[in-house]
Design a protein around this ligand. Structure first.
Ligand SMILES: Cc1cc2nc3c(=O)[nH]c(=O)nc-3n(C[C@H](O)[C@H](O)[C@H](O)COP(=O)(O)OP(=O)(O)OC[C@H]3O[C@@H](n4cnc5c(N)ncnc54)[C@H](O)[C@@H]3O)c2cc1C
Length: 380
C-alpha cells in the first residue's frame, strides 16, 4: 500500500520504519523545513523503545543512554533524604531521534511539507499539502503530535484536558559547572519534591551523543501546580508576543518568564538545583494535557504517538508507546489483512486503544502521589 505519514518525529519515523519493513511504500512529510534538532529534553528510554532501536538499527542502550546508578531524594537544604540503587537508561530526545533518522532512507522523508487536510475517495485518501498539491494514498498515518491537526479534523468534538500542572524544563552542559559543585548530581537521578511541585535532574548524552564525563548534559524538569489562567497565558506567550496553546520551545520564552523562573528557583529550590536553572540558557515551558482520541482510526486514517494519546511525561513512556504503536500497526498491516484495509485498521485501533488506556491511567495516579495536578493526594 501507499502510506503517507504526517510528522517526522518519534512516532512518524517509527511507523515509517515498521510499515516499510512489512513491504509498504511509505513516505513521511514533516512540516519543519529542516531535520529536527535540540527539540526535546531528556527522555527515559524504556525497554520497548530500546528493543525497537536494537532490532531496527545498530544502536544499543549503552550507545544512546547515560545509565544512572542511584535514585536520590534531597530536601530544601540539599540534605539527602533517601537514596536507593536504581538503573534507569536516561537518554535524550535527540539521541532517539537521530537513531531513528539514521535508519530511514533519506528519500522517504520530505521536510517543509505541511499536511493541511485530506479528502476520502472511493479508491483511497487524497492528502492535501500547504503548497496546494495533493497525493492519493491508501492510508494516512497521523504522527503529528499532541496538537494533531488531523485528529482535530477527524474528531472535532475531542478536546485535550489540562491536567492542572506545568513543566519548566531545561538542558545545561555538564562542563558549565565545577565538578565539586555537581558531585552529588552525577550518577544519580535526583529528585526534590514539596507540596505542589517536583523537580528532577539527571544526566543525558551531549548534543552530539557524547557519553564522556564532562561532555554530557544535565536535563532538569520542574513540575509545578498552576491553575491561574493569567499566569499560564503569560508563560505561553513567546518572546515575539505570540500566544501558544500548550508549550514554548527552547529560545522562545519571554525574558519576563525567564526571570520569573529564576525567582521561583531562588524561592523554592535547594542551592544545588538552583544553579542548574540559573545556568540554563534556553529553558522551555510546557503545560500538561491529557488526550485520548475517541478512536485511533477512522476510515483510512490512523493516529499514532501523541496524536492518538498523550501520556503524562513523568511516566517516561511516550517514546516507547510510539514505538509500540508502530510495531502493532505494522503487524496488523502485515500479510494477513487481505484486501480489506479498513476493518484491519479498525480492529488494530480498538485493540491498541484498550492497551494504551491502561497506560494513560498510570499518569494521573503517579501525579496524585507526587501532589501534582487536579485531585492530588499529596504524599510527602
Ligand atoms: C515534559 C515532557 C517530558 C517527556 N519525557 C519523556 C520521557 O522521559 N520518556 C519518553 O518516552 N517520553 C517523554 N515525553 C513524550 C515524548 O517526547 C513523546 O511522547 C514522543 O516523542 C512521541 O511524540 P510524537 O512523535 O507523537 O509527536 P511530536 O514529537 O510532537 O511530533 C509531531 C511532529 O509532527 C510534525 N507536524 C505537526 N503537524 C504537522 C502537519 N500538519 N504536517 C506535517 N508535519 C506536522 C511536527 O512538526 C512534529 O515534528 C515527554 C514529553 C514531555 C512534554
Amino acid at each position: 500500500m501507499k502510506i503517507i505519514i504526517a510528522g517526522g518525529s518519534i512516532a512518524g519515523l517509527s511507523s515509517a520504519l515498521t510499515l516499510g519493513c512489512v513491504g509498504h511504500d511509505v513516505h513521511v512529510y514533516e512540516r519543519s523545513e529542516t531535520p529536527l534538532r535540540g527539540r526535546g529534553g531528556g527522555v527515559v528510554v524504556l525497554r520497548h523503545m530500546l528493543r525497537f532501536l536494537e532490532q531496527h538499527g545498530h544502536f544499543t542502550q549503552e550507545m544512546i543512554s547515560v545509565p544512572t546508578q542511584l535514585r536520590r531524594r534531597i530536601g530544601t537544604d540539599g540534605q539527602l533524604i533517601s537514596e536507593e540503587p536504581e538503573k534507569l537508561p536516561f537518554s535524550s530526545w535527540d539521541s532517539v531521534y537521530r537513531s531513528l533518522c539514521s535508519m530511514l532512507p533519506a528519500d522517504q522523508i520530505s521536510y517543509g511539507q505541511e499536511i493541511t487536510g485530506y479528502t476520502e475517495r472511493d479508491n483511497g485518501i487524497e492528502v492535501h499539502f500547504g503548497a496546494g498539491n495533493s497525493i492519493l494514498a491508501d492510508i494516512l498515518v497521523a504522527g503529528d503530535g499532541g496538537g494533531s491537526r488531523i485528529r482535530a479534523k477527524v474528531f472535532p468534538e475531542h478536546v485535550p484536558t489540562y491536567a492542572g500542572y506545568v513543566a519548566w524544563r531545561g538542558i545545561v552542559d555538564e562542563s558549565t559547572f565545577t565538578p565539586s559543585s555537581i558531585e552529588t548530581l552525577v550518577n544519580a537521578f535526583t529528585m526534590f519534591r514539596e507540596s505542589g511541585h517536583m523537580f528532577m535532574a539527571f544526566l543525558i548524552p551531549g548534543i552530539n551523543g557524547s557519553l564522556e564525563p564532562g561532555r554530557r548534559r544535565f536535563n532538569w524538569l520542574w513540575y509545578r501546580n498552576e491553575n491561574d489562567p493569567s499566569v499560564m497565558n503569560k508563560h505561553l506567550t513567546d518572546n515575539l508576543g505570540q500566544l501558544h496553546h500548550s508549550s514554548i520551545g527552547p529560545g522562545r520564552l519571554s525574558s519576563e518568564s525567564i526571570s520569573e523562573l529564576c525567582q521561583l528557583a531562588r524561592e523554592f529550590l535547594p542551592a544545588v538545583l538552583q544553579q542548574l536553572v540559573r545556568k540554563t540558557q534556553q529553558p522551555f515551558f510546557q503545560s500538561i494535557y491529557d488526550a485520548l482520541s475517541p478512536s485511533f482510526s477512522l476510515g483510512r486514517i490512523v493516529l499514532v504517538g501523541d496524536a492518538a494519546c498523550t501520556v503524562r511525561p513523568h511516566t517516561g513512556s511516550g517514546t516507547s508507546k510510539a514505538a509500540d504503536d508502530a510495531i502493532s500497526l505494522a503487524e496488523a498491516l502485515g500479510h494477513e489483512y487481505g484486501n480489506e484495509v479498513q476493518p484491519a485498521l479498525q480492529s488494530w485501533a480498538s485493540r491498541r486503544r484498550e492497551e494504551v488506556e491502561k497506560l494513560l491511567r498510570k499518569g494521573p495516579e503517579l501525579a496524585a502521589f507526587f501532589g501534582l495536578g487536579h485531585n492530588s493526594t499529596a504524599n510527602f
